[in-house]
Design a protein around this ligand. Structure first.
Ligand SMILES: *[C@@H]1O[C@H](CO)[C@@H](O)[C@H](O)[C@H]1NC(C)=O
Ligand SMILES: *[C@@H]1O[C@H](CO)[C@@H](O)[C@H](O)[C@H]1NC(C)=O
Ligand SMILES: *[C@@H]1O[C@H](CO)[C@@H](O)[C@H](O)[C@H]1NC(C)=O
Length: 614
């Protein structure tokens, strides 16, 4: 009898497994999320922040390196002492009030972390300005976080001087990270810091901080418009810093951070390291040629990536020591399936943990099953606790599709749609600093029933038959042409495989008399190569459907990118294909010639007047 019951149970389990092959992984994943949630709720109840975790780490392993930078090593104790000194400069100035925001305009260097830790110790949030931003945009970013103090790296002095009159008008305190300052209105910082005591600061200085207080502001480009300062509360910081833990990083790992610290991925590499009590090897700026040398030098075991980094690494010339390193785990997002395969075959067995999440979002996905290319899974278990959904989206109007009663419609299996996630107590959305309008813009109301609210990720994803989720595109990174959606990244990927093309930035432009947008690719050529129009045409024809083939190709000497290597498109879109305005050579796809031909004034006039069909 017992035997029969046992057999039946085994059979049932077997059937269950056949029907739901990922059930055990889904269950594991949901349980680990629930555990994380429980852990974080415990922290909230006891008001335990990432800073408290850092101070505990200082007590338990003071001599363990926290940070390696160039040839310097800073132990946990060093980091503690230096951040105490940094905090004292602010305290002694007497100009910071409780909870005031301090804007940091600093690149990837140890001071970035000492400042953030120091500010956390006195209960002040830091806003991380992108150090590539200048003049008007810089002022905008500074103003939108509501800071009254600015701390800038010495090499950014010129950029600060440019906006100094406006800052002084607003009575902003401006520090420069140097020992002296000759500029009126700009105070030196590091001299004061080296004189300050490194003794611990009183906990009273941060007694007003709760897990709901802002810990930092991180700027995101959002889907449109100027950068916005996303509020990272201490709770949110915990959630974001948990990624290393859930990805299996353990206390003997060393993580390599080469992404900008002013973005969430880079910064969270350092706070996640605090949570794990590990060592960070920091680089001032990502370099494809130095990447593996650094990994060897610092005994790196975990690296961070974004898709472009993996591509750049795969594009470097092969070296005999490509597999000579200790990296076992790569954490990041945006890697394409082909690059993923190439990376693994070239650099050895490295586990890739692809995840998806927006800095300001209330959602995080990650591939816990090892499915190539997937960012996560949409399992019914997960949905029960964290309600996410992919809904039908109209790329042209940039609006979700709604049915006759005004509600959104779930996208079909395999259909690309907008990812949204319900905003609730468990999955809150903290919005942007002092920008209710932008915060409101990220919310979708009345999605499935009257009164519900969802976070609009602004990303197009797709769920396949088995429930794997794939990232398709950012809204705005697609355009419509001949009734079809063209994904710019997809076209760019194909273009860069052509022999002469190094990099491609693909976007859609308006052509008079045409619906939608025609595809245009701004490309750079490989060293010493000429634009081989016939070859590129053949390649494009072979690999892309007719509607996705770029109608225009613009040859550039370099492609402008943002701090995270995203291509800048706005200006290019605006410039279009008018040879009167553009000095770069432009080519036009000529169907009859079966070639890309130079875009002369004649051709331009032919296209705009409609004489030449495109
Ligand atoms: C950390 O993980 C690595 C790889 O799985 C393992 O070799 C190592 O022993 C682990 N270390 C600790 C302290 O658990
Ligand atoms: C890396 O590991 C080697 C061998 O275990 C050791 O000799 C070396 O000191 C380590 N380097 C660093 C920067 O930890
Ligand atoms: C994600 O998929 C890759 C590719 O198979 C795999 O190597 C990696 O381990 C997966 N990540 C996780 C978290 O399982």
């Amino acid at each position: 009898m017992l035997l029969w019951t046992l057999c039946a149970a085994v059979l049932l389990l077997g059937l269950l497994f056949l029907r739901f092959p990922y059930l055990h992984l889904d269950l594991q994943h949901v349980l680990s999320k629930v555990r994380t949630g429980r852990q974080i709720r415990k922290h909230i109840q006891s008001n335990y922040t990432v800073l408290d975790r850092f101070l505990d780490a200082v007590r338990t392993h003071p001599h363990k390196p926290y940070l390696r930078f160039k040839d310097e090593t800073f132990t946990y104790r060093d980091a503690d002492a230096l951040s105490n000194q940094a905090a004292r400069v602010f305290v002694q100035s007497g100009r910071l009030k409780q909870g005031d925001t301090v804007a940091m305009f600093v690149g990837n260097e140890p001071m970035f972390l000492w400042l953030w830790l120091g500010l956390a110790k006195i209960g002040c949030p830091a806003a991380f300005l992108n150090h590539n931003v200048r003049s008007k945009s810089l002022l905008h970013c500074f103003s939108c976080c509501g800071a009254s103090t600015l701390v800038a790296a010495a090499e950014l002095q010129d950029a600060v001087e440019e906006i100094l009159p406006s800052l002084l008008e607003q009575q902003v305190t401006v520090y420069i990270l140097s020992d002296t300052s000759m500029t009126v209105g700009m105070e030196s910082f590091t001299d004061k810091m080296s004189l300050a005591s490194s003794e611990p600061l009183s906990k009273d200085l941060r007694s007003h901080v709760t897990l709901h207080s802002p810990a930092a502001y991180i700027y995101t480009s959002g889907t449109t418009g100027l950068p916005k300062a996303a509020v990272i509360t201490h709770t949110k910081l915990w959630f974001l810093s948990w990624l290393q833990c859930t990805s299996g990083v353990n206390s003997s790992d060393v993580i390599y951070v080469s992404l900008p610290l002013y973005h969430s991925t880079g910064f969270l590499g350092c706070t996640g390291a605090i949570e794990r009590g590990i060592t960070v090897a920091l680089r001032s700026k990502f370099s494809a040629s130095q990447f593996w040398d650094d990994c060897r030098k610092y005994n790196v075991t975990v690296v961070q990536y974004i898709g472009e980094i993996m591509r750049y690494l795969c594009n470097t010339p092969k070296r005999p020591n490509d597999r000579d390193h200790r990296v076992r785990l790569a954490l990041g997002n945006g890697i394409r399936a082909d690059v993923w395969r190439e990376f693994n075959s070239r650099f050895g067995k490295i586990q890739i943990r692809e995840f998806y999440g927006a800095t300001e979002g209330n959602i995080a996905l990650h591939n816990y099953t090892g499915k190539i290319g997937a960012v996560g899974r949409d399992s019914f278990l997960n949905r029960m606790i964290f309600p996410i959904c992919v809904i039908k989206y109209n790329v042209e109007t940039e609006e979700p599709v709604r049915d006759s009663s005004g509600f959104c419609i779930k996208a079909g299996k395999g259909e690309s749609g907008l990812l949204v996630s319900e905003i609730s107590m468990r999955t809150p959305f903290f919005g942007y600093a002092r920008d209710l309008q932008q915060t409101e813009k990220k919310k979708l109301h009345d999605v499935f029933k009257k009164g519900d609210v969802y976070f609009n990720t602004g990303d197009l994803l797709r769920v396949d038959e088995e429930g794997f989720i794939y990232f398709d595109d950012r809204v705005g990174d697609t355009f419509r042409w001949k009734g079809e959606n063209v994904a710019t990244t997809e076209v760019a990927d194909v273009m860069t495989v052509a022999d002469c093309i190094e990099e491609a930035n693909v976007y859609g432009i308006k052509v008079p008399g045409q619906e939608g947008r025609a595809g245009m690719a701004a490309v750079t050529l490989r060293d010493g190569q000429k634009f081989d129009s016939a070859d590129v045409f053949k390649h494009v024809e072979n690999f892309l459907p007719a509607y996705a083939r770029p109608r225009f190709i613009r040859i550039q000497s370099s492609i402008k990118v943002t701090g995270t290597f995203k291509h800048l498109k706005g200006k290019l879109v605006e410039e279009g294909f008018d040879p009167n305005l553009i000095t770069d050579p432009i080519y036009f796809l000529d169907e009859k010639e079966r070639n890309y031909i130079p875009l002369t004034l004649d051709v331009f006039n032919g296209v705009t007047s409609g004489k030449i069909k495109i």
